[in-house]
Structures are given as C-alpha cells and as structure tokens.
Design a protein around this ligand. Sequence first.
Ligand code: VGL
Ligand code: ZN
Length: 198
Amino acid sequence: MTPLHLEASDALLVVDMQYDFLPGGSLGVPGGDQVLGPINRLIKLFGEQGLPVYASRDWHPGDHCSFAARGGPWPPHCVAGTRGAAFSDALRLPPDAIVVSKAETADVDAYSAFNGTGLAGQLRARGVRRVAVCGLATDYCVLNTALDARANGFDVLVVPQAMRAVDVNPGDGERAIAAMVERGALPVQVDELAAASV
Ligand code: VGL
Ligand code: ZN
C-alpha cells in the first residue's frame, strides 16, 4: 500500500459521533459503533502530527423542524444538552478538539457541518487546505459535509471504513460515497495514511 503522507495543512473532521446516532440511540445508525475504532486511530494519527481535530455535532432545539412532530423525517434526536446529543465517551477526542455545533435553530435543518457554522472560515484561518472526513451518517451529514468542503475549495479525503449509513433506501451509503468521489473527494483507508514526510 503506497502511503499517503499527511501534510501540515491537513485537518480531521469527525462528524456527529453522538449517542443518538449510535446503536441504541433514537436515530441509531446500524453498525455505527464499528467506526469508533477507526476514528480513534485517525484521531491519534492526526494528534501525533499536531494537526487539528474538528468534531461536529447535531445540536437541535426540542421543537426542531426535522422531528416527526413538526412533519419532519426523523424521530427526535440530538436535542442540545441531552445525553443523546453528547459525544460518545468511547470517542477519544483530544482536549483541544474544536466542536462545531449545527442545526441549532428550530426552523432550519443543516446536514453539513459547514452550514451556518463558520467552519470554512475557521479552517482557512488555521491554514487548513485538506480535510479528512469520517463519522455518521454517510448518507446525510457526512455526505453534505464532504460536498460542502469541496464547494468551499478544500481538498477532501473520505474514509469509508470510518463511516456508516442510515440506508433508508438500500444503497444510499454507497451512492453517497460515489457522489463524494464524483466531486473530487479521495477515498482512503486508515492504514494508508502516514505521518508527514520530513
Ligand atoms: C443526521 C439525520 C438527521 C446526521 C442528522 O448526522 O447524519 N442524520 N440529522
Ligand atoms: Zn438532525
């Protein structure tokens, strides 16, 4: 396997690793817990290189428009401040991880961590040019985050083994990965990523 060397302008973006998206949660993604290991390896690798780790979270008010009670497609999930909205304790986020909260107002949904969060500006201010994207769910927040990263001019690495799909329709996850690749994201495996070359 040819190693893909990390660069000083890389950042890791961990999408929505919250209890409600893990098995047992109100919107549990099948196999969602299986990505904790690969994501923790990514966190360790980026941390060892001194590269920034961003963690997005769905952070909804109790009357969010995406909830079934308001005619939305989802059961209530990730209500700000609840246990379901907390990051999994099994996720080894570094103390200096940058938390990005999204879809915080009742009448707007946002699947992308770039939507209404100022993330693109934060990344640019830090000199980030490429983001590695992983987390939940492949076919919603990961997809939209990766596409927005490309739309904002960032290079994107996607790590399929570190993401899982809701798959409301079978194949949604595979199609989401294909859509990211179609827009220029590069699929990589955790073991392929190597320390920055000197
Ligand atoms: C998500 C459904 C609803 C996600 C968020 O993080 O992928 N999916 N809200
Ligand atoms: Zn949501």
